[in-house]
Write a protein that binds this ligand. Structure first.
Ligand SMILES: [Zn+2]
Length: 362
């Protein structure tokens, strides 16, 4: 009798663990991002055609489903769970190498992709695509989408600009690009890629008011409970072109976060993602599964491993070194229990220098 109780309890526990495992494993779609696909463009934003092919071969051989980004954003909008091993491919910045190198390769495989174009650059020189080339891609199922008109740093105000003027200016940079795409291509979906992947809480609000699902360039898998105006994408290019790195990233799962908050110090809640150079902001993660807290490791751009503390079932994460002016990301990962697969959450900070700007080194 005793034995039976024990075994039915362990079966119940097993089923509970299995149901948790199954529920998280159904949410693991990943969006990948490229700029140039070329051997002759700046290394920091390029992947060679050979490396690109190797990455696409991996997806094909390992039975990933390649879907249009809009299919994933529709699911996100409706709060539906995302199928496992699903990838959407995207490109930013209107470069002609996307037309010359990526488009024929993806067309041959019959795979959809999304091209986020900064509309002022289209047709603006040898390195950029033309509207005719974009129309041709659109006819073959490529989604042409909004990367603003001028590719500005959206969160940054211009000298002597009021908040109101700034809001009007960046809303226009987004809306004019949308109108231009509609006019040239015939339709434009309500998705936006932030230039440089840069956003803050105010930029997110504007994107939301204008009706966009918006993408950054911070790492991570899509999460059906995540914020629709800071959707992650994994960028590849520069020092991130090796196949091993790609394999690890396309197999990631979203960190099951319940709440994400920010603090200046342990007492003062921070309202935005813009900090001052020299600050060491805290990221506080509350997770659906508190057992994960102890398994998380966090790293910051250029700093390696950083501080983590568990306080009241929340993970407090802080950079070791003061943030330098520009973009810094805290990357937090934990082993998911499934071979080769990690939960991943990235938080991006923008640190202003004393003149209110930041450098653009990466
Ligand atoms: Zn861009």
């Amino acid at each position: 009798m005793q034995k039976n109780i024990v075994s039915s309890l362990s079966i119940a526990r097993y089923l509970l663990a299995l149901s948790f495992f199954l529920s998280v494993s159904t949410q693991a779609a990943v969006v990948i991002l490229y700029h140039h696909v070329s051997d002759s463009t700046p290394k920091s934003t390029s992947i060679s055609p050979a490396q690109f092919e190797a990455q696409m071969d991996y997806l094909e051989k390992n039975n990933f489903t390649i879907v249009p980004l809009l299919e994933l954003t529709e699911k996100l909008r409706k709060g539906e769970s995302l199928p496992d091993k699903t990838v959407a491919i995207s490109f930013d910045d209107s470069y002609v190498s996307v037309y010359n190198s990526a488009f024929p390769r993806l067309k041959k495989r019959g795979w959809p992709f999304t091209f986020f174009v900064n509309t002022d650059s289209v047709g603006a020189g040898k390195v950029f695509v033309t509207w005719d080339q974009l129309r041709e891609m659109s006819k073959h199922g490529v989604t042409i989408a909004n990367h603003t008109t001028r590719h500005n740093h959206l969160p940054r105000r211009e000298k002597n600009e009021t908040v109101k003027q700034w809001r009007i200016r960046i809303s226009a940079e987004i809306s004019s690009a949308q109108q231009k795409i509609e006019q040239e291509i015939g339709h434009a979906p309500n998705i936006l890629a932030y230039p440089f992947g840069e956003y803050d809480i105010e930029v997110q609000k504007i994107a939301k008011e204008l009706g966009y699902i918006a993408f950054g360039q911070q790492s991570g898998a899509l999460y059906d409970k995540g914020d629709l105006q800071s959707v992650p994408r994994f960028p590849f290019g520069g020092s991130f072109t090796e196949l091993d790195d790609f394999i690890m990233k396309v197999n990631t799962r979203p960190m099951p976060t319940k709440a994400v908050t920010f603090y200046d110090d342990k007492k003062t809640k921070q309202k935005n993602l813009i900090v001052k150079a020299g600050d060491k902001p805290w990221l506080v993660l509350e997770l659906e599964d508190t057992n994960l807290l102890k398994k998380i490791n966090c790293f910051a751009t250029g700093q390696g491993a950083i501080t983590t503390e568990i306080i009241d079932n929340k993970l407090w994460v802080q950079a070791k070194q003061p943030l330098e002016s520009g973009r810094t990301r805290y990357n937090c990962t934990a082993y998911s229990g499934e071979k080769g697969r990690f939960f991943w959450y990235t938080q991006q900070w923008l640190a202003m220098d004393k003149n209110g700007g930041w450098s653009y080194s990466d």
